[in-house]
Write a protein that binds this ligand. Structure first.
Ligand code: IDP
Length: 141
């Protein structure tokens, strides 16, 4: 298995719930390493650009409203099979369908306030990591 990098976001609902550390623990316990991290409030332009593939979806405005409603924590996770591993840790998009013990099952309340984002494949991971971090902001460990 290859060592990969993936882009993860702790969304405003999880920041507001004060569970950043608990979510970081899930990553660490699964063997993923944080190699870059920052807290910020996304502008509408940043959120719209990040979710550009969803621009035509009916929930797009709600998604942008939500993602700009409070601070987020954005991080790059590194490890073997990091992209799929992070998706497994997150659970299904709709927390009601998320498997027991996943981040979304434990910390999310609805399909729009669903605690975390994680890249869904190698191409989106490369695009999303570069969207938030310059290469020199990513720390080799
Ligand atoms: P993912 O975050 O599990 O990869 P995507 O399908 O890429 O899910 O959707 C991006 C985000 O858009 C979701 O995390 C969720 O917050 C929101 N979203 C997706 N589908 C819906 C929906 O049907 N209603 C409201 N929000 C949705």
């Amino acid at each position: 298995m290859a060592v990969e990098r993936t882009l993860s976001i702790i969304k405003p609902d999880a920041v507001a719930k004060n569970v950043i550390g608990q979510i970081y623990s899930r990553f660490e316990q699964a063997g993923l390493k944080l190699v870059a991290a920052k807290m910020q409030r996304l502008s509408r332009e940043q959120a719209e650009g990040f979710y550009a593939e969803h621009r035509e979806r009916p929930f797009f405005k709600d998604l942008v409203d939500f993602m700009t409603s409070g601070p987020v924590v954005v991080q790059v996770l590194e490890g073997e099979n990091a992209i799929a591993l992070n998706r497994d840790l997150m659970g299904a998009t709709n927390p009601r369908e998320a498997a027991a013990g996943t981040i979304r099952a434990d910390f999310a309340q609805s399909i729009d306030a669903n605690a975390v984002h994680g890249s869904d494949g190698p191409e989106s991971a490369a695009r999303e990591v570069a969207y938030f971090f310059a290469e020199e902001e990513i720390c080799a460990r």
